[in-house]
Design a protein around this ligand. Sequence first.
Ligand SMILES: *Cc1c(COP(=O)(O)O)cnc(C)c1O
Length: 609
Amino acid sequence: MNNYGIDIWGDDNFIIEDALVKVNSGSKPALLSIVKEIRTQGKRGPLLLRFPHLIKKQIESIFQNFQRAKEELEYQGNFQAVFPLKVNQFPNFVKALTEAGSNYNYGLEAGSKAELLIAMSHNKNNAPITVNGFKDKEMVELGFISALMGEDITLTIEGINELETIIEVANEKPSPTPYIGLRIKLHSLGVGVWAKSGGINSKFGLTSTELIKAIALLKESNLLDKFTMIHFHIGSQITDIGYLKKAIREAGNIYTDLVKLGAHNLNTINLGGGLAVEYAQNSDNRKVKYSLSEYANDIIFMLDTIAKSKKVKAPDILIESGRYVAASHAVLIAPVFELVSEGYLESDLSLKACNPPLIEELNDLYKNINARNALEYLHDALDHLNSLLTLFDLGYVDLLDRSNSEVLGHLIIKKSITLLQDQNYKELLHIQNMIQEKYLINFSMFQSMPDFWGLNQNFPIMPLSKLDIKPSRSATLWDVTCDSDGEIAFDPKNPLFLHSIDLKNEEYFLGFFLVGAYQEVLGMDHNLFAHPTEATVKINDEGYLIENVIESASILDILDNLNYDTLQIQKILKDKITSSPLIPDYLKVKTINSLEIFLGENGYLKTVK
Ligand SMILES: *Cc1c(COP(=O)(O)O)cnc(C)c1O
């Protein structure tokens, strides 16, 4: 039975039971039950479910692994972590995150003014705040305000000019001054599609020469006391820990040398993010080659070794992992709206009294196909289909013949896939690749999985039900945008099989997992499909609570966001209806009312049920 690789990417967060995907926590509710409950409240279209317990789980596993590694190696430095807000700034996520992290003094990282304001207002119990990214004077001033509010805030300098701005502001403002971090440029290269974060040519950080200059500047302006941290970030989704080890070796030596150069309050190495998430659905595609425990051990061991050999106090460690913390907490669930070729039924055939010989043969193949001859008959059928198309181009068969061959072709393929299911997998895969079923899904890929579109990042996909039935249709997914890029094509290297379904009589939902990191805020309103309806689901031993339901933006709100004058739009539409001679008077008010209801709803498709 196909388990959709839940044992590879699922991390025990979800289980398959009673043919359903269930949340593996407390009362173990089925995702389908949660979705149905929200849909009974009239919510339609795709749904984004947030599970705060999964945020908590990730934060706890990070702190517990570092605590264990520290104890095992008797490491003298402290461990701290912050969440980089760029990974997910949505309020219901951030609130759940700061709540879950409060026992660990888990802080926030900001990379822009808006993110800094979120950090300043949502940070709990004086947990650390780090500020990266390019800063103008105003942003530096915000940092100072935060320090004056008593926050434990570190401004990380990306270049010498930012340090000059800090010095300027420090001369204008009363103390305290925020702590100062220096981002270092490593010669170790970053990895993967996000590689630009590391290396000598990276966008951020100071070279050795600039570091020495920075120390001199800090000394000169009496700010050396405030210099406490060095920082690097070699890239996101580091699947091979070797790259990180190289970077740590380099950064560790920079750290000890800066201490020796007189940076007497330097006490922290901030290793940025990069902890990877396994998105693979089959073991051949596994990418992540290390565990969190190995990651913690390696970092602690290497920094301990370097500090000891250079006779410097072991640094405090700070990490800024985002993807690892946020990815698993969100699941996007979207209904299948239509099956594009499932529509071919025997009743669609309209055979003539006298058909072209190839059609007769196709019909024979269809009637006589069985488990033993299925592969041979299937090959013959595919052959005939090709010939029939050529005959059509040459004018020897007509449109009705062509339609009959299409219908027969699909019927034969469907039947043979069912017959061949348990044998000859390779050949079947080849055929399934040729004849995929297109599932039209009520979601926007540009909005909900932009990294699939932009970076070919796969996300685990599986149906929420029917998991006791072997899925036999090779599936290509189409989203509801008008963009042909809005497609997840069947990929024989990473095949997705779904069930044959009868949408007239049943609903079928797909879950897209691990979409909690980066996808939401990178998502774009292509075709004006907005962020999906979201809900927070808190699970306990008795059941679950659905909270913070935020419906996807209404059509009017979407237009308003684009700065359309929506009052004027409503007025124009109303006037057009009122003055149209084509609408009888008694229907005018009714038409206006239904248009108003429609404008107040979200723009996703409405399935009948
Ligand atoms: C993006 C970013 C992170 C987070 O990286 P993840 O791969 O999500 O862990 C951390 N620090 C900095 C400076 C970043 O730019």
